[in-house]
Design a protein around this ligand. Structure first.
Ligand code: FES
Length: 189
């Protein structure tokens, strides 16, 4: 069997003049996080969190900057950022719709909800609409099994969903009538 390889060596990454790691972020990484860990790799998670939290995603340029500040290889940063679903290596939409795909929701037809949203927005799971308004993802159990199927629209938990209700929520966001709060606001972890 022949392996099909990607020409990663020829990959061009998008860059901008302004660094993603601000002087404050660099200072925090060097003086607060690095001293906490025995190995420099230990500060990688806080560094990625910092960028993700500030920009909503982790651009390739930011990965290079993190590697330089932490004294680790860009490949280590890339491997970690692309391994964990928590980190986004592409910009997200203004609204992230996260439909639970775990067993209780699956039994209660979460798949039909996901399909309805996919059709409404004309995107697949993991994609963002061309206007950068919506990103659709699937998550594992979000802790609302008793009111399955459930989904999170940005920070709002919506329970007992139906495909029709999902479409309604999307339409409300599109026409500006969406009321934040959902059926239960998601608390910060
Ligand atoms: S399985 Fe969906 S919320 Fe638990």
């Amino acid at each position: 069997m022949a392996w099909i390889t990607k020409n990663s060596a020829g990959t061009k990454i998008e860059t901008r003049d302004e660094p993603y790691l601000t002087p404050e972020m660099r200072d925090e990484l060097v003086n607060l996080y690095l001293p906490r860990y025995e190995v420099r790799m230990g500060a990688l998670f806080p560094a990625l969190h910092m960028i993700q939290h500030h920009y909503g995603w982790v651009p390739h340029q930011a990965m290079l900057e993190i590697a330089e500040v932490l004294g680790i290889t860009p490949a280590d940063v890339f491997d970690t950022a692309t391994f964990y679903e928590e980190y986004w290596t592409k910009p997200k939409g203004e609204w992230q719709i996260s439909v639970c795909r775990s067993i209780a929701c699956e039994f209660c037809d979460a798949t039909a909800c996901t399909e309805a949203i996919k059709t409404k927005l004309n995107i697949d799971v993991g994609e963002t609409t061309p206007d950068n308004k919506f990103t659709l993802v699937e998550l594992e159990c979000i802790g609302s099994c008793g009111t399955a199927p459930a989904a999170i629209f940005n920070d709002d938990l919506h329970e007992n969903l139906t495909p029709q209700r999902c479409v309604e929520l999307v339409e409300q966001i599109q026409n500006g009538t969406y009321q934040p709060g959902g059926t239960g606001a998601v608390k910060d972890a």
